[in-house]
Design a protein around this ligand. Sequence first.
Ligand code: SF4
Ligand code: SF4
Length: 68
Amino acid sequence: MAKLKFYEDLCKGCGLCADVCPKKILRLAPSRINAKGYHPAECTDEGTCIACLSCARMCPDVVIEIER
Ligand code: SF4
Ligand code: SF4
């Protein structure tokens, strides 16, 4: 099973990772704010992740790491 790690305080809440995820399991956390003042990306169902790496490749700020 894939493991996702978010360097949450680097996230600028652009949503690109959520847009590109084929499983639609990424979103901007609705009720949390990071150190930069943005709603950070989070995964809603890690068990569904297929470790395609699209989110990690898309993120302009290298926030996401995926372990296969
Ligand atoms: S690795 Fe692929 S399936 Fe998993 S969260 Fe990222 S974009 Fe979605
Ligand atoms: S693409 Fe990167 S910076 Fe943008 S919301 Fe996703 S994790 Fe945050």
